[in-house]
Design a protein around this ligand. Structure first.
Ligand SMILES: *Cc1c(COP(=O)(O)O)cnc(C)c1O
Length: 342
C-alpha cells in the first residue's frame, strides 16, 4: 500500500529507503449526500487521514525523496498551513532539519503541529505571497530543499497519486467529474495530467472527465477569472477568509487550472465562508467525515456546480477532502450564534 505502488508513474527511480505511510486513503461512497446533491453516484476521497492529516503528504513524499538524492542539507517550505506539518513530519522521518515559513496569523493548531515534529517555524508578518517571495530569495542563498519552490516540479507530481488511487478504487475506471480545491492550482492541474496519463498507458479507458474547482470568495483569483471569462487571474493583495489553506492571492498555476476547467467543461466556484462552514458541519454530521476548511469549500463547490448544470443527475462524482477538520476547529462554529450547536 501507499503511493510507491505507482512507482513507474512517479519521477523517482526507486522507493526511498525511509518514508511515511502516505496514500492508499479510502474512497467512501456518500449515499446521503448523493441524494441531496441529486447525482447518480458520489464518492468522497478521504485524504484527511494521511500521516500529517492532509494531501500535502503526497507532494512532500516526492520532494523529500529527491531532496535526499540531491544531497540537500534541510527541508523547507513556504506554507499556508498544511504544508508546514507535512514538511516537518517528512523531515523528522528522513532525519533532516526542517524550516517552515508561514504567515504569522496562521491557525495555532497548524503551528503546534509543525513544532511537534521538531521543525523550526518562522512566522512572517505578511500574506502567503510575502512568505513565498522571501523563500524564493532564500533558495539562492541556502542549500535547503524548499518543497514547493526549488523542488516544486517533484512536489507537484505527487498530487497525481490521488487520481491513480481513485481510478484503482473504481476498478480502473474514471468518474465523470472530479471536484477539488484550488490554492496555487498545482494539485488541480496535476489531476488533469494524471487522467490523461492513465488512459495513455492503458490502465483505464479514455473518457472525458470534467474538473470543478473551489476557492473561498475572500481569496478567489481563479474563480473570479473563470466567472469573468479571462485567461489569467489578477492578484488578490489581502486575502480575507477562514479558508487559510487556500489563501494564495497570486496562484502560480492558476492559469493552467483555468484552462483545465474550461477545456473539460467544468467550472471554478467561489464559496462564501458561511457556506463553507455549513458544508463542514453537514459533512461531519451526515457522512461522519470531519474535513478542514478546504473540504468545506470543495463540497460546496460541487453543490454550486450542480446548480449551474456543470454536474448533471447521471454523473458519477468524486469530491476530494484534502485536509482534516482538527486543523481548523474554529470553522465548526463559524457563522453560528454564540453557544449554538455545542
Ligand atoms: C495546499 C492545499 C490544497 C491545494 O493546493 P494547491 O496549491 O492548489 O496545489 C488543497 N487543500 C488543502 C487542504 C491544502 O492544504
Amino acid at each position: 500500500p501507499g503511493i510507491w505502488r505507482y512507482l513507474e508513474l512517479l519521477p523517482v527511480d526507486a522507493p526511498p529507503a525511509r518514508s511515511l505511510a502516505v496514500g492508499s486513503t479510502p474512497l467512501v461512497e456518500a449515499s446521503r449526500f448523493r441524494a441531496a446533491l441529486g447525482v447518480d453516484r458520489l464518492w468522497l476521497k478521504d485524504d484527511t487521514r494521511n500521516p500529517s492529516l492532509s494531501f500535502k503528504d503526497r507532494a512532500v513524499a516526492l520532494a523529500t525523496a529527491r531532496a535526499v538524492d540531491f544531497g540537500f542539507g534541510a527541508l523547507a517550505c513556504a506554507s499556508t498551513g498544511n504544508l508546514a506539518g507535512a514538511v516537518a513530519a517528512a523531515a523528522a522521518n528522513a532525519g533532516m532539519p526542517a524550516y517552515v515559513f508561514i504567515p504569522a496569523d496562521l491557525e495555532p493548531e497548524k503551528v503546534e503541529h509543525a513544532l511537534a515534529y521538531g521543525a523550526t517555524v518562522v512566522p512572517v508578518d505578511g500574506t502567503y505571497d510575502d512568505v513565498n517571495r522571501l523563500c524564493l530569495e532564500l533558495c539562492d542563498e541556502l542549500n535547503w530543499a524548499f518543497a514547493n519552490v526549488n523542488l516544486r516540479p517533484f512536489y507537484a507530481e505527487g498530487s497525481r497519486t490521488l487520481v491513480f488511487e481513485i481510478a484503482e478504487a473504481l476498478g480502473w475506471r474514471l468518474p465523470d467529474v472530479i471536484v477539488a480545491p484550488i490554492a496555487s492550482g498545482s494539485m488541480f492541474t496535476k489531476l488533469g495530467k494524471a487522467v490523461d496519463e492513465l488512459a495513455r498507458v492503458g490502465l483505464v479507458e479514455p473518457k472525458p472527465v470534467r474538473f470543478v474547482g473551489g476557492q473561498a470568495v475572500g481569496c478567489a483569483p481563479v474563480a473570479t477569472a473563470f466567472e469573468a471569462g479571462d485567461d489569467d487571474w489578477r492578484p488578490v493583495r489581502e486575502p480575507d477568509t477562514i479558508v487559510r489553506s487556500l489563501a494564495i492571492g497570486s496562484p502560480a498555476d492558476g492559469r493552467y487550472a483555468l484552462a483545465l476547467a474550461r477545456q473539460t467543461g467544468g467550472s471554478i466556484e467561489g464559496v462564501p465562508d458561511a457556506v463553507t462552514a455549513d458544508a463542514i458541519r453537514r459533512l461531519a454530521r451526515q457522512e461522519g467525515t470531519f474535513a478542514e476548511t478546504a473540504g468545506g469549500v470543495t463540497y460546496a463547490a460541487a453543490e454550486a456546480a450542480r446548480r449551474r448544470g456543470v454536474i448533471g443527475p447521471d454523473d458519477e462524482v468524486v469530491v476530494l477532502l484534502t485536509g482534516n477538520g482538527l486543523k481548523t476547529p474554529q470553522a465548526r462554529t463559524f457563522g453560528l450564534a454564540p453557544a449554538s450547536g455545542i
